[in-house]
Design a protein around this ligand. Structure first.
Ligand code: PMP
Length: 429
């Protein structure tokens, strides 16, 4: 394989001719493919249909401690659901509150509460001139949307293979009191699939923030979403690490079963220190009388315990693994050695992150769309939707069927090749 940059202008034009014909053929097929969002596929959702059977009209909806799950009450979640989520989040049960159908709104609420009421007696963020959040990039667009919504200034922090650039994180957090938080997806990050190293987690726990109300927003959405049984990334548990280093209140952990059972109809939880939880419960008790305990019961009866949940995740992995491998194989076969893009091969999570030549991402996504393939909007992986290099594209392989995925991956690489050639021709003048 010759790198495209080493081809002459004539060779590039020749290549472009052939690829354009190929592209027009694909376009003529009127494809409708979607690799835009990290949605579980139908086959994955079907895995949890048993959850609809564990509760039927004859089942008493009574929790272990006698709670009638059909009635009001129990703000924290039923005992057995707290245990399940605590085990999933690797914390003790007194550090967990089980919440509603999904985790994003707990994160929104955490930011919203800090804006209006401050944290543990601090000045409400809305009353401050400036509030800033650190945003490891590329990252999750919906995190950035929350902070943007509240007018919080977002600062890009580059990701490394070990997690966010911790020198930069320490510099900001320890010296700038307007820095109030950081968004983290610590295991199989969205979109790169990077797991923070032990040293990174220890450095997080060792931060000495200039702002007393600085919080790490630790969104462990993919904590048990491994693709391989033999090769799993390992993440140090941050709450215990923060306690060990004398900063027990510095982190809020979030998680949900959205990508374990039903997306948007799962159960979610927040884990934090007792002091933080007390404050959260106070405002939560104004917001709601209690979350959906019937759904909590259904989840616990379906999985029984964390071992049941982990066994269930192996079934997800069996569906996801071939999809990831298909995309990676097409990328390697079609783009390997051409030096027009790079990607990370993740061992879990929901995404593959692709970095195109600078200034090409938007055009690639548009090109793919011409042929009927919808990708996540270029720029979405950065705060304000602005990728300074216009290079990162998030690939979400979960939703299409394996056959669709092969076609989608081929349309994608074809689009990458065509746009890269145009870029190189433009540079050649
Ligand atoms: N966090 C991350 C990192 C995600 O990728 C997603 C879903 N794409 C969510 C949170 C959303 O989770 P939930 O459905 O629990 O709101």
């Amino acid at each position: 394989m010759t790198a495209y940059k080493d081809l002459t202008k004539e060779e590039l034009l020749d290549l472009k001719n052939g690829l354009t014909k190929e592209f027009e053929e694909v376009k003529g097929k009127g494809l409708k493919l979607d690799m835009s969002r990290g949605k579980p596929s139908k086959a994955q959702l079907d895995l949890s249909m048993g959850m609809m059977d564990v509760l039927n009209s004859g089942t008493p909806l009574i929790g272990e401690d006698g709670t009638d799950c059909r009635n009001y009450g129990v703000l924290d979640g039923i005992k057995e659901a707290k245990q399940l989520m605590a085990d999933m989040m690797e914390v003790s049960v007194d550090h967990v509150i089980v919440c509603g159908n999904a985790s994003l709104n707990i994160m929104y609420d955490a930011v919203s509460r800090a804006m209006t009421h401050g944290i543990l007696g601090s000045t409400p963020w809305a009353k401050l001139d400036k509030v800033k959040f650190l945003c490891p990039v590329p990252g999750y667009d919906r995190h950035f949307a929350i902070t943007e919504h509240f007018g919080i200034e977002m600062i890009n922090i580059p990701m490394t293979p070990q997690g966010p650039d911790m020198d930069m994180v320490e510099q900001y957090v320890n010296h700038d009191e307007s820095v109030k938080g950081i968004w983290c997806v610590p295991k199989y990050s969205n979109p790169q699939g990077i797991t923070y190293s032990e040293e990174t987690v220890q450095r997080f726990a060792g931060l000495t923030p200039a702002a007393g109300d600085f919080r790490i927003f630790w969104d462990n959405a993919y904590g048990i979403h491994d693709l391989y049984e033999e090769e799993q990334d390992c993440l140090l548990e941050i709450l215990a690490e923060c306690e060990k280093q004398g900063h027990p209140d510095m982190v809020y952990k979030f998680s949900s079963t959205s990508k374990i059972t039903f997306a948007g109809s799962g159960i979610s939880a927040i884990a934090a220190s007792e002091k933080n939880l007390k404050e959260i419960r106070k405002s939560m008790s104004i917001q709601t009388i209690g979350h959906d305990k019937v759904n909590q019961l259904r989840h616990v009866r379906f999985f029984k315990d964390i071992d049941g949940m982990k066994a269930h995740m192996k079934k997800h992995a069996d569906i996801m693994r071939p999809k990831f491998e298909t995309v990676v194989q097409v990328l390697e076969e079609e783009l390997g050695g051409l030096a027009i893009g790079s990607w990370i091969v993740p061992k879990g999570g929901y995404f593959i992150s692709f970095d195109a030549l600078e200034g090409c991402a938007k055009a690639i996504v548009a090109k793919a769309k011409e042929a009927g393939l919808v990708m996540t909007g270029a720029g979405a992986t950065f705060p304000y939707g602005k990728d300074p290099k216009d290079s990162n594209i998030r690939i979400a392989p979960s939703f299409p069927t394996p056959e669709e995925l092969m076609t989608a991956a081929k349309v994608f690489v074809l689009s990458v090749k065509l746009v890269s050639i145009d870029k190189l021709l433009e540079q050649a003048g």
